[in-house]
Design a binder for this molecule. Structure first.
Ligand SMILES: Nc1nc2c(ncn2[C@@H]2O[C@H](COP(=O)(O)OP(=O)(O)OP(=O)(O)O)[C@@H](O)[C@H]2O)c(=O)[nH]1
Ligand SMILES: [Mg+2]
Length: 394
């Protein structure tokens, strides 16, 4: 049966996304000193991709690319038994601890804030473990106070940036009648008022034109956040921690982004064990590592998804930003695919898994032909058709 044409007529209008439009996005580990950031980073790097797989990219000791675990990818590899398997990855940066006053340069603060500017999302690590041997910069363990400290530092840095922008634009407007300057000025003044009101940029409702302007600034509070709550192994196991309800309430009142409890000590113990021993340890103690959830949530928080190409030569995850249309998705494989794009033949992964083979999916009428307005969805299995300069097809 011929592939079925898609019924969708109008393209869905998606909300503009704050942040860089790129498929090379990264996430930074942020928090106060001594909360477990580097310990988390080091356990994550046990899952890292060998540097030689990325020939043109030197990764510093505090940067790593981590495989994104995915049962769907594993299923495709088992089914196609390809010669080459390429999974998705998340790039993670370990950033040194921030302290109160960082925006004014305390504790080398400005340096670290510039590291945060360079990432696209934030893993905010919170200390919810008590241990008299591990010093807390503010003496007493109080993760909600810590949340306030870090978010305020980021916000104050944004206020400083936007204030300067407003001043510069005011000066430029005196010298020129350029309409665009006025548009930018109004946007910056609105953002400044929002920030001065104690609110983070990512939690505002911005028009598409405003998002476009904001995306040239890389503001710190525009970056999505995933809260990682580091607790001792016992609390993690029994899913109870005395600070958790308050953290939860704070996060709900400040954007309701994801919260993931984890235990640095447990993750380190597991990472140091051989694989069979760690599996046995988890089973005996009714535990599960939080790392897969941390990686997957981080990946999706920075608006990355991937589609699959699958065949006997290769099964591969192609990372794209959410809302990417089919021709641009094809362009991640090769620029010729985008230039000569004809259509995308798409199966949903779940359909392929249910019907087991491509021909069975076709027979069930679930194989779709999508055009250039199609917005690629996570886990689509795609075969692109395109014109090469001679007019052929692939
Ligand atoms: N008891 C206990 N100690 C921990 C835990 N997580 C980290 N630590 C210890 O806390 C100390 C600091 O941990 P790091 O991971 O280096 O902390 P960090 O957040 O990277 O600190 P900075 O880089 O200084 O900002 C180390 O001695 C860790 O062993 C935990 O869950 N429980
Ligand atoms: Mg550290």
């Amino acid at each position: 049966m011929a592939p079925k044409a898609s019924k969708s007529k109008e393209p869905v209008v998606e909300k503009s996304i704050l942040g860089r439009f790129s498929s090379h996005l990264k996430i930074g580990i942020v928090g106060l000193p001594n909360v477990g950031k580097s310990t988390l980073f080091n356990t994550l790097t046990k899952l890292s991709i060998p540097a030689e797989n990325f020939p043109f990219c030197t990764i510093e000791p505090n940067e790593a690319r981590i495989y994104v675990p995915d049962e769907r990818f594993d299923w495709l590899c088992k089914t196609y038994r390809p010669k080459s398997e390429v999974s998705a990855f998340l790039e993670i940066h370990d950033i040194a601890g921030l302290v109160r006053g960082a925006h004014e340069g305390q504790g080398l603060g400005n340096n670290f804030l510039s590291h945060i500017r360079a990432v696209d999302g934030i893993f905010h690590v919170l200390r919810a473990f008590e241990d008299p041997d591990i010093i807390h910069v503010d003496d007493i363990v109080d993760p909600v106070r810590d949340l306030e400290v870090i978010t305020e530092e980021l916000r104050l840095k944004d206020v400083e940036f936007v204030e300067r922008k407003v001043d510069d634009l005011e000066k430029s407007m005196k010298r020129s009648n350029d309409k665009q300057l006025k548009v930018e000025y109004e946007c910056c003044a609105k953002v400044k008022a929002w920030l001065q009101d104690g609110k983070d940029v990512r939690l505002g409702e911005w028009k598409a034109a405003e998002v476009e302007i904001l995306n040239t600034f890389q503001l710190l509070t525009a970056k999505p956040v995933v809260y990682l709550v580091n607790m001792n192994e016992r609390d993690y196991q029994r899913k109870k921690n005395k600070f958790l309800p308050k953290i939860h309430a704070w996060v709900q009142a400040h954007g309701a982004e994801p919260i993931i409890p984890f235990s640095c000590v447990l993750e380190k113990t597991l990472a140091d064990m051989p694989e069979d021993e760690s599996a046995k340890y988890c089973e005996e103690n009714k535990l599960q590592s939080a790392l897969p959830k941390i990686i997957k949530t981080g990946f999706s928080s920075i608006n990355l998804i991937y589609f699959f190409t699958a065949g006997p030569d290769e099964v591969k995850c192609w990372q794209i930003r959410r809302n990417t249309k089919a021709p641009q998705a094809a362009g991640t494989i090769h620029t010729d695919f985008e230039r000569g794009f004809i259509c995308a033949e798409v199966m949903k992964f779940d359909d392929l898994k249910e019907y087991e083979t491509e021909s069975a999916v076709k027979a069930a009428g679930k194989y779709r032909q999508e055009g250039k307005m199609y917005v690629v969805q996570d886990a689509d299995v795609i075969f692109f058709k395109f014109n090469v300069s001679g007019g052929g097809k692939k």
